[in-house]
Design a binder for this molecule. Structure first.
Ligand SMILES: C[S@@+](CC[C@H](N)C(=O)[O-])C[C@H]1O[C@@H](n2cnc3c(N)ncnc32)[C@H](O)[C@@H]1O
Length: 233
């Protein structure tokens, strides 16, 4: 993930040994990754999705919405996106496979937001979430789903997003340097149309570039930044 995301070009140093986020993510050292990410703002794809929800609210939906909207934040990490959602009044189910996520997230949740946060330590495969969600956020997380689990996890994600709801987050492409690793799932561009059948892409930005960062191990990034709305009916 580039710059402070997971990479790269800005060469953001870590607290230890000059490592950057991508170095931790490459080997699934999530505590190291979380320490480096702590305090970063919400991901751009989440912010874009929230702006789209706000626009709908302003136009027509606000009177019809009863109670807070529900977001699932899958692979929530140290909680940058969950905190943003909570601060905007959403109910949030934050899920991550690593318990340190919640040791870092929970103390930073304000008293007024606490009742709207639910957490779950679970793998993507074993995680459970409600049948109907307004927003499914998965920032830089799903590429770490093992290939054998992908179809089932993705089917459940798509099935749970209500008509008019959204998915936002990142998937990684087949030209990404990590595509050769056995424990990841990467997609060709043309596969996205199948994955998002029944959705309209509101943002689909493809990043395909060599890592120009300061590290001496080259890393090619091939990332899809996605905001997609599920069609009504
Ligand atoms: C690169 S981090 C992204 C974290 C955060 N969403 C962000 O944008 O910074 C990937 C996250 O996915 C979680 N993760 C990776 N593989 C997982 C799995 N199989 N099941 C559940 N969580 C997993 C990690 O613990 C980590 O928090």
């Amino acid at each position: 993930m580039s710059d402070e995301r997971m990479a790269s070009s800005s060469g953001v140093p870590s607290a230890g040994a000059g490592k950057r986020a991508q170095d931790y993510a490459a080997v699934r050292d999530w505590p190291g990754y979380f320490d480096l990410m702590l305090g970063k703002p919400a991901r751009e794809t989440l912010v874009a999705a929230l702006a789209l929800f706000d626009k709908v609210d302003a136009k027509r939906e606000v009177a019809a919405v009863s109670g807070a909207r529900l977001a699932v934040d899958l692979g929530c990490g140290e909680g940058r996106d969950a905190l943003e959602l909570l601060s905007r009044g959403w109910r949030v189910l934050a899920i991550d496979g690593h318990p340190k996520s919640f040791e870092l997230l929970e103390p930073r949740v304000g008293a007024a937001d606490r009742a709207r946060l639910e957490t779950q330590v679970a793998t993507f495969r074993d995680a459970t979430w409600p049948e109907r969600v307004d927003l499914f956020n998965a920032s830089f997380a799903l590429p770490f789903c093992e290939r054998r689990d992908w179809d089932g996890v993705w089917k459940r994600i798509v099935g749970s997003i209500r008509p008019g709801g959204r998915f936002c987050g990142q998937l990684f492409g087949d030209r990404d340097g990590w595509a050769i690793l056995p424990d990841r799932t990467h997609h060709k561009r043309q596969e996205l149309d199948g994955l998002f059948r029944g959705f309209v892409f509101e943002e689909l930005r493809e990043e395909d570039r060599p890592d120009t960062g300061l590290n001496d191990v080259p890393k090619h990034w091939h990332i899809y930044h996605i905001v997609a709305r599920k069609r009504d009916g």
